[in-house]
Design a protein around this ligand. Sequence first.
Ligand SMILES: Cc1cc2nc3c(=O)[nH]c(=O)nc-3n(C[C@H](O)[C@H](O)[C@H](O)COP(=O)(O)OP(=O)(O)OC[C@H]3O[C@@H](n4cnc5c(N)ncnc54)[C@H](O)[C@@H]3O)c2cc1C
Length: 379
Amino acid sequence: LDFRFTSEQALMRTTVREFAQREVAPNIDQYEEGAAFPADIVQKMGELGLMGIWVPAEYGGSGGDNMSWVTCLEELARVYSPVGSILLAHSHAARVMLYAGTDDQKREHLGPMSRGEALGAFALTEPQAGSDAAGIQTSARKDGDHYVLNGEKCFISNWGVAALYVIAAVTDPRPGERRISFFIVRDGTPGLHLGVRDRKMALPIAPTGNLILDDCHVPSQDMLGVEGEGLRIALAALTQERCGNAALSLGNAEAAYEYTLGYLKNRIAFGQPLAAFQGIQWMLADMAIQLEAARLLVYEAAWLVDEHEATAAKQIAIAKTFANEAAMRITTDCVQLLGGHGYMKDHPVERLMREAKLWAIGGGTTQVQRNIIGHYILR
Ligand SMILES: Cc1cc2nc3c(=O)[nH]c(=O)nc-3n(C[C@H](O)[C@H](O)[C@H](O)COP(=O)(O)OP(=O)(O)OC[C@H]3O[C@@H](n4cnc5c(N)ncnc54)[C@H](O)[C@@H]3O)c2cc1C
């Protein structure tokens, strides 16, 4: 076993850490007050090669590995996870293209996406079907050299700012044959309408909302992969996306822990720093244990993806569940340890707690991850 990062992975960490501190950190208050989408940050991330870290160089990406991408998301979340969530959703769309697209589709889209010129969004969830992805109702009817899409998508990240939406729809509605396919739908395509923007608990600069598909004509050549193979494609892409989701949890938890540790060393109560009390040290120790375990699980999952290991899906579900839940426990305890100050927006811990909640829901809830783990245990 070798637990060291390669020089490329270590460089990625340093690069993203410095970038996030320099470009993102000074704007967090403004972002939290409801500032507009940070298009300038996306552009700079594109210039740094962060928008297409694992996209092969032949398609215009940085040609890096999954571990570097995971490290990038972790570092972004240590500073401000909404920026990481923009990258996560974008990467999800790019990944479906990479897995299922034709050479022409990859050459057309992955270069602009990797340079940050075209933002991607992944649209699977519907008002009546989230965890039960096979239950989506959006239809795609073949009509000559087009498909006609009708339906509604909800909670779609990068809503209203994406140039390319990767949308799942049912191409074969026969009972028992609910075969799903993915389509690339360009922003501005007639029949693709932005519905209502969501009002969320956190991540104000990362827009999510509904998409309405109303007789949206999509050229057949914009279908991704073989017709009817959409669920298989989605599951493969989701597996890798979950590593990124877990890395955002990890970054949130690390940020809260480090901030709280500094606070406890300086806050005096009963004549000594709070950190000197054993009851508080035990809480810190519990956090450190959870952080260390989460970090190892997330890195192992990322490594398994790079190694194309068949066991990756189970390990990723384990890593995501553990990291998601550890982040909730740690950020909640950090709010507690700052007392009344923790409840105030003058300190970042309440924001980190609100952000952490999303990772346990998005990308497949922690219950769904347990279903996956159970499936692999019993198979
Ligand atoms: C901010 C945000 C951004 C998002 N971005 C995107 C996006 O970009 N693209 C996209 O397609 N989707 C996106 N989603 C949707 C997200 O993936 C779903 O919300 C999630 O998968 C859960 O689906 P649901 O909301 O329909 O909940 P439901 O499926 O209705 O689940 C409700 C509850 O029941 C539990 N549950 C469901 N089934 C089972 C089961 N079999 N066993 C045990 N418990 C179960 C769930 O764990 C959950 O606790 C986003 C969501 C949010 C909140």
